[in-house]
Write a new protein. Structure first.
Length: 146
């Protein structure tokens, strides 16, 4: 499988994997100057790249980098970013600061990770009944704390 990547800005860095076992590819901030994200703030950081997934059986998910999230409280403002197979615009990352300290994103810093995953596109069938399960309609916390 190929993932075609187009640089939209001359200085853009292509995604990289930290190790051969990494599921995600690091995405880099394609900015000319540092951007400070104050506590509670949201910002959109461009990566300078566009991608072309092979077809609609694939999706690109954007996730927070664990080090930024755990150590600095920097996470994705929409939880998980979804890049659809037919999107050809710039991949941008919405970041938010949930910590109590400002965080400064430097040019070409790794800001998120991108994971390519399969997509299942089912036929939708409206029904009046669903099969029973052991859990049934039990919602949040219904399976216990342990």
């Amino acid at each position: 499988m190929e993932l075609k990547i187009k640089k939209l800005r001359e200085k853009a860095k292509l995604p990289t994997r930290g190790t051969a076992g990494s599921a995600g590819m690091d995405l880099y901030a394609c900015i000319d100057e540092s951007i400070t994200i104050n506590p509670g703030d949201l910002t959109v950081i461009p990566t300078g790249i566009a991608i072309a997934l092979p077809d609609n059986s694939c999706v690109a998910y954007l996730y927070a980098r664990s080090g930024l999230g755990v150590k600095h409280g920097i996470c994705l403002s929409n939880g998980v970013g979804v890049i659809d197979s037919d999107y050809r615009g710039e991949v941008c990352v919405g970041l938010c600061n949930v910590s109590s300290k400002p965080y400064t994103v430097s040019p070409f810093e790794r800001i998120a990770q991108m994971v390519i995953s399969p997509v299942i596109i089912p036929d939708l069938v409206e029904t009046d009944t669903l099969n029973d399960t052991e859990r049934g309609t039990g919602g949040f916390g219904s399976t216990g704390k342990e």
